[in-house]
Design a protein around this ligand. Structure first.
Ligand code: UT7
Length: 360
């Protein structure tokens, strides 16, 4: 196939909301500081495992594509908060979807995971290695949050989105991408306490703290997203003026402003939903694209630019030409189980987890 195009889309946001005032009940911060420095007003806290969020988003995406689950032969689960290391989380999504056999794997490049997954799935479809792919960006960052650290606790939230990708000979879908990583800066964004290097008999669940040099990350984010965007646009054969819509990773409204200013894109062409969800890591840009479609910003033939950035420090940009259909083929009434707790109550439970070791 010449191109891989998005034929289905779905999101899943857990219902419990944690707003800025909730956070200021346990941290020295304020709605005024968070909203003015980041653009974030509230975020979601999941009451279920990340695979459940991914499953609901995937069922919605399959319905939107009008594709039966058994036709999926590739599942890429983009995330840095999988249910567990082994088995991978893609296989649980596969099981929940009732798919007998598919190539299923997890991909972790932190906040860019969903976008890296889009590149890999597109290439596998174009090469003939896969026919129908499910690309997922899903995250439960609240579970690895250091709720004592106001520098990071205010920035992140939970969510998931999924896309169905299929081959086409039409000139549409992913036109060009640029993936990269500033590995020399990998130490400026680290979640300590998760991973095999911490299994030394000392560390247990709950001992999590972040290295997070906000201003350095900010500068690298602007540079990575701008340069990758310029390269992807050039590779696509389009000019910046032909980009109709920018759907970026949303970590900070000021980062978005700087990126679009550098690219010379007018603000009305930029889709923003950071105020509702904060930074959902790998789910951020995928959820934003789903909402841009649902809200009518994506029309047949729309040229979409999706710049992203994350720990690693990874960066990416994708140029997509949308196909003809902007409405779902089918709808589904699948949903998460109800949540009886508020976002604040869920976070208070997370804060009560046992701790050992670490710099507390
Ligand atoms: O997906 C990629 C991951 N992350 C990012 O892209 C984040 C990139 N960085 C940023 O978004 C921004 O750097 C932050 C939002 C994290 C911080 O904004 P800033 O304008 O760079 O603030 P700052 O770090 O320079 O801190 C300014 C002040 C400090 O106080 P002093 O030293 O001036 O007295 C901080 O201690 O604000 C203080 N501060 C806070 N105050 C209230 C830091 N966090 C908070 C907070 N509430 N939550």
């Amino acid at each position: 196939m010449k191109f891989a195009t998005i034929t289905g889309w779905g999101k899943c946001l857990p219902p419990a909301i944690l707003n800025n005032d909730d956070i200021s009940t346990f941290l020295d911060t304020s709605d005024e500081w968070i909203a003015s420095r980041t653009g974030i007003k509230e975020r979601r806290v999941s009451h279920v495992p990340v695979s459940d969020l991914a499953h609901v988003a995937s069922v919605r995406a399959l319905a939107a594509a009008g594709v039966d689950a058994e036709d999926v032969d590739l599942i890429i689960f983009g995330s840095c908060t999988p249910d567990e290391a082994v088995p991978n989380t893609a296989s649980r999504v596969q099981l929940l979807l009732g798919i007998k056999s598919a190539a299923s794997f997890d991909l972790n490049t932190a906040c860019t995971s969903g976008m890296y997954a889009l590149s890999v799935a597109s290439s596998m479809i174009q090469s003939g290695a896969a026919r129908t792919a499910l690309v997922i960006g899903a995250e439960v960052i609240t579970t690895i949050q250091d709720w004592t650290d106001r520098n990071v606790a205010v920035l992140f939230g939970d969510g998931a989105a999924a896309f169905v990708l299929q081959g086409t000979d039409n000139d549409e879908g992913l036109l060009a991408d640029k993936l990269g990583c500033f590995a020399e800066s990998r130490d400026i964004l680290r979640v300590n306490g998760i991973g095999m290097r911490y299994i030394d008999g000392r560390t247990i669940l709950g001992t999590i703290w972040w290295d997070f040099l906000g201003q350095e990350i900010f500068k690298k984010a602007v540079m990575g997203m701008s340069e990758a965007s310029e390269e992807a646009i050039t590779k696509s054969g389009l000019s910046t003026g032909q980009i109709d819509l920018v759907v970026p990773h949303q970590a900070n409204l000021r980062i978005l402003d700087s990126v679009v200013k550098r690219l010379g894109v007018t603000p009305e062409r930029v889709f923003v939903n950071i105020q509702k969800y904060g930074n959902m890591s790998s789910a951020t840009a995928p959820v934003a694209l789903v909402e841009a479609i649902e809200e009518g910003f994506v029309k047949p033939g729309t040229h979409i630019l999706m710049p992203a950035f994350g720990g690693g420090l990874t960066y990416s940009a994708h140029v997509i030409r949308w196909g003809e259909r902007v409405t779902p083929v089918r709808l589904t009434d699948i949903d998460l189980p109800p949540c009886e707790k508020s976002g604040l109550e869920l976070v208070q439970e997370l804060m009560r987890r046992p701790r050992a070791g670490g710099p507390y």
